[in-house]
Design a protein around this ligand. Structure first.
Ligand SMILES: NC(=O)c1ccc[n+]([C@@H]2O[C@H](COP(=O)([O-])OP(=O)(O)OC[C@H]3O[C@@H](n4cnc5c(N)ncnc54)[C@H](O)[C@@H]3O)[C@@H](O)[C@H]2O)c1
Length: 406
């Protein structure tokens, strides 16, 4: 079986890779029946020479490979018919801008395995860049705090060589943080990345119930609490929901977030927002005099949705803006009474070396073995979106109207 690491062709260019040179070299030793080709690319964070130095073949033509592996969407004209492809296609939520891509994949009888669809038997996602999104998102939260309040200056993560350097920067400012109450949301990969940073800063964690008690006292230290679905949602009939109810019956829920918003100063999001779930806080909620949060690092980054201050995504080049709850308009991030917002939607690109290595570890652990062990854990079976006959698989048959539509 021949695998190719394909060049990224989407603009703006993404420097991340699915496997580092050392990881590909390791895989070619570990799997005797695997061959690897690297498509030449001038933009990858690991250069062609780095792959060559690891003993790998780099070429402009990788069309002899069976399995093509990339990160971002492949332009339709670059798709090679009859191959298997792994990349983030951004089609599973029927994203209108990628409808033609999925059509081309079906026309070209390509088997598509979207990284986002690679799940275990229980439905949990096995691979993703989420951890580094959480790490960089939480770092950016402290960066914007330092800039807004004139406390310290942290460099952009994008200008740092790696995660170790990012942690050193945080170590240097950890004693300059003022007392404050931080809310983190979520329980997946992003949420774990956020936790890593809060723990690195040695910020004291308290349970959600204890956090609510803080409202009665003046702050004396920096604390954080991490909220999962059953903390920030409540059943409309007043009962405490279970996690499963929150996932499967969002229509029965309403937001219970405002009681935390009355106590929190900073919000760092890492939750997954399910269709039909209640908003955490609305534009009206943000105007409520009890609403105390003045800084939001929205890693989850759903636009004009559950986090009302996220009115647009921001960019690595210009990561911060302000949201004025009264006018509901964008203002400077340090304007009076503004909520300072960080809503970069491609955060892992700021730490491309570490993010690639972390992704590669998961790909090597969960995906590659499936090609050689008869897919004993059903990884490929579950994640395949399209077949070599040009049809959608059962799990993705709900996309048929999206493919057929105007
Ligand atoms: N800003 C960025 O650069 C960036 C990068 C990566 C991910 N993200 C976003 O961050 C969010 C979290 O990503 P992740 O990598 O942590 O995902 P994940 O798959 O690792 O974790 C998702 C978590 O949500 C839970 N969950 C599943 N279905 C749910 C539902 N219906 N309602 C509520 N929770 C549910 C899961 O149990 C899990 O704990 C996603 O919205 C993702 O798009 C943003």
């Amino acid at each position: 079986m021949k695998f190719a690491l394909i060049a990224e062709r989407k603009s703006p260019p993404d420097r991340r890779v699915v496997m580092t040179p050392m990881q590909v070299a390791g895989a070619s030793h570990a799997f005797a029946k695997a061959e690897f080709l690297i498509e030449s690319s001038p933009i990858r964070i690991y250069s062609d020479d780095a792959y060559k130095a690891a003993g790998l073949e780099v070429s402009d033509d990788v069309s002899s490979a069976d399995v093509m592996i990339g990160v971002k969407e492949v332009p339709t004209e670059a798709l090679i018919a009859g191959k298997k492809y792994f990349f983030f296609s951004h089609t599973i939520k029927k994203q209108p801008y990628n409808r033609d891509l999925l059509r081309a994949i079906l026309d070209k009888k390509i088997e598509l395995y979207d990284h986002e669809t690679i799940i275990d038997a229980g439905g949990a996602r096995l691979i993703g860049f989420g951890r580094y999104a959480g790490i960089v998102g939480a770092y950016n939260a402290f960066r914007i705090l330092g800039l807004r309040d004139g406390l310290y200056e942290l460099p952009k993560a994008d200008d740092l060589p790696d995660y170790a350097a990012l942690k050193s920067q945080l170590t240097a400012i950890k004693n300059l943080l003022p007392p404050m109450n931080i809310i983190a949301t979520g329980a997946g990969k992003v949420a774990h990345g956020i936790r890593e940073i809060l723990q690195h800063l040695q910020i004291h964690e308290i349970k959600p119930k204890e956090f609510l008690q803080l409202g009665q006292f003046k702050n004396s230290q920096v604390v954080f609490t991490q909220l999962d679905v059953e903390d920030y949602m409540i059943r409309k009939d007043g009962y405490q929901p279970t996690k499963t109810e929150c996932y499967n019956n969002p229509e029965l829920m309403e937001s219970d977030f405002m009681k935390y918003a009355a106590v929190g100063d900073m919000l760092i999001t890492g939750h997954f927002y399910g269709d039909g779930a209640p908003y955490f806080f609305t534009r009206e909620d943000a105007r409520d005099e009890k609403f105390n949060i003045s800084l939001v690092a929205d890693v989850s980054c759903d636009i004009d949705g559950p986090i009302a201050s996220t009115i647009r995504p921001s960019t690595i080049a210009d990561p911060f803006y302000g949201y004025d709850p009264v006018s509901e308009k964008e203002v400077d991030f340090n304007a009076d009474n503004a909520i300072a917002v960080m809503a970069v939607d491609n955060l892992p690109c700021e730490l491309p070396h570490d993010a690639s290595e972390g992704f590669g570890e998961m790909f090597l652990e969960h995906v590659l073995p499936a090609f050689f062990n008869g897919d004993q854990d059903g990884i490929l079976e579950r994640s395949r979106m399209t077949t070599a006959n040009g049809t959608l698989t059962d799990r993705f048959s709900y996309l048929q109207d999206y493919v057929d539509g105007e």
